[in-house]
Design a protein around this ligand. Sequence first.
Ligand code: ATP
Ligand code: MG
Length: 195
Amino acid sequence: MTVERVGVFGGTFDPPHNGHLVVAAGVRQALALDRVLVVVAGEPWQKVATGPVTPALDRLEMVSALLDGVEGVEPSDIEVRRPGPSFTADTLASLRAPDRVLFLVLGFDAAAALPTWERVDEVRELAVPVLVDRPGIEAPPLPGGWAWERVDVPRLDISSTDLRRRLRSGLPVEGLMPPGVISCVGDRGLYSEAT
Ligand code: ATP
Ligand code: MG
């Protein structure tokens, strides 16, 4: 039986940026994954609690633009199609297969927040966590007994929070996100001052 090695890289991607891209492509190559799914959170329950989030279909479209022409890294709408809050445990459960190994890709900040996730024990059963460095964030302790991987990728000090601020203020975003994402933001009128 050939085993498929699949990376699962989830997030809100509001908007997606080159920091995400370098992680997805870098982890795929470092761990010889067949493919990496960039899973757009349909209802990022922790973020909607603290402020407005761009509609999921807009975020999915921007992620498709981010990954355009990138081999082995694909957008996934699995959480966008599933109603209700997006729990990674559900996503991993629906992706699991006897001939598949799942790797859950997490920046240090996301890994540090793991204990706050819904049904984290199930997450642990279903996937191998893969940690990547995030500039300015210390390596987090993982809950006891987890086997995990760590992958070194170029550290890009880019965040969606900073990009939203830049786009609202009319500051340049070139070099932080690919031209296709910048066009998509403009076409859809996202992150303008009025919103
Ligand atoms: P926000 O500022 O809105 O939280 P973000 O840039 O952190 O946005 P998310 O969608 O929250 O992006 O993150 C999705 C995943 O990508 C998380 O695992 C996060 O740690 C990781 N990530 C985001 N930006 C980087 C980066 N520059 N380098 C490494 N990992 C990153
Ligand atoms: Mg974040």
